[in-house]
Design a protein around this ligand. Structure first.
Ligand SMILES: NC(=O)C1=CN([C@@H]2O[C@H](COP(=O)(O)OP(=O)(O)OC[C@H]3O[C@@H](n4cnc5c(N)ncnc54)[C@H](OP(=O)(O)O)[C@@H]3O)[C@@H](O)[C@H]2O)C=CC1
Ligand SMILES: O=C(CO)COP(=O)(O)O
Length: 328
């Protein structure tokens, strides 16, 4: 007799949560609750079998159950938290009373919490102490995953056996989670690439050329590498899927909300109204870096531009006027 399927629940019914619920339903063959906060909208998603507001081109897998009932996660062995980083703490507190004993929490958001300057796994560790916490990150547009296009992500947990269990539970033929124990490295890569993608979009939007975009990606990666070294991340994590991999994807594709925000800023157009984690997180990332004496000039410029404290032109001038330095 085969072992019973691992049970997975998804909290946060945005684009990424919906795509991941489909992956989990396909991977496990079991029912996957997709839990959103708006009961009316979730009832509509369940009825129509599509999350029209967030992921309109992807019908739900038959095993996905759209709901607003938090209690429906009480059987889940693995709980994916797929809400914006700035809301993670509140959502974690809300789900606490409904969690099964031993449930593994997987943060699927990318960013740094403002105020506490906490990375997603630390937010979960503080809010729900004593539970196994993992991160899922890497180059993966919800739309690509929902279309079944090949995707590789990183599944990080300090306990390797947990990382392996979650990675295996979520793997499908096209969705390939690689495992890691470097949780800090994975979290930093996801946070930094969103900020740097805004900068890349600005460069593209200003028409500064492909050479400048490449320089931006490489010098942006150097910022991430310096911060990673200061916080004990492993270099191979930063150059892996969740670091360089996701930076290259997000900093080169108009499918990215962060890159699109940068494009609009660079062109002098009104910014799109969609969530761009990089804008929400830039100042916190820079403060975290500065607390460790790490300079992040590109990320700092992004933080000031999105806060309307610096114009795009002045930000570009400021970066071009920086003294030349040794590479690295
Ligand atoms: N989209 C993508 O391709 C990818 C996104 N990510 C990351 O996943 C995270 C979520 O992104 P994504 O799904 O695209 O974003 P969306 O904006 O599509 O969805 C965010 C979800 O979070 C919910 N939410 C927002 N605020 C709150 C709150 N205060 N309390 C409870 N729930 C809330 C929203 O609810 P409601 O619908 O009711 O507004 C929605 O369900 C981000 O950190 C992003 O960086 C990672 C990889 C890929
Ligand atoms: O994280 C992502 C792809 O890996 C999605 O990027 P955006 O949030 O910029 O759309």
């Amino acid at each position: 007799m085969s072992a019973p399927a691992t049970t997975v629940a998804v909290v946060g019914a945005g684009a990424w949560g919906t795509a991941l619920a489909n992956v989990a339903a396909e991977a496990t063959g079991a029912t996957v609750p997709l839990i959103g906060r708006d009961a009316g909208r979730m009832a509509e998603v369940e009825r129509t079998r599509v999350n029209a507001a967030r992921l309109p081109h992807a019908p739900l897998q038959p095993g996905v159950r759209a709901t607003a009932e938090m209690a429906s996660l009480s059987d889940a062995e693995i709980v994916l938290l797929v809400v914006p980083t700035q809301t993670l703490r509140g959502v974690a507190a809300e789900i606490g009373p409904h969690l099964a004993e031993g449930a593994v929490l997987v943060a699927c958001c990318k960013g740094v919490e403002r105020g506490a300057l906490a990375l997603p796994h630390a937010v979960l560790g503080e809010t729900l102490p004593g539970r196994a916490v993992a991160l899922l990150s890497g180059p993966s547009f919800a739309d690509d995953v929902a279309r079944g296009l090949p995707t590789a992500v990183t599944l990080a947990c300090a306990h390797e056996a947990v990382a392996e269990r979650v990675a295996e539970a979520l793997a499908t033929r096209s969705f390939r989670p690689y495992r890691s124990t470097d949780v800090v490295g994975v979290a930093l890569g996801g946070a930094a690439k969103n900020v740097l993608a805004i900068a890349a979009g600005v460069v593209e939007g200003r028409g500064l050329g492909a050479s400048a975009v490449a320089a931006l990606i490489a010098r942006g990666f150097a910022e991430l590498a310096r911060l990673g070294a200061a916080l004990g991340a492993r270099p191979e994590t930063l150059s892996g899927l969740s670091g360089l991999g996701d930076l290259v994807l997000t900093a080169t594709s108009p499918k990215s909300r962060n890159f699109s925000l940068g494009l609009a800023l660079g062109r002098g157009e009104p910014p799109p109204q969609k969530l761009a984690e990089g804008a929400a997180t830039a100042a916190a990332l820079v403060s975290l870096a500065s607390a460790h004496d790490v300079e992040m000039p590109i990320s700092s410029a992004v933080a000031e531009v999105v806060a309307d404290r610096l114009t795009v032109s002045d930000a570009i001038e400021r970066l071009l006027a920086r003294p030349l330095r040794a590479e690295g």
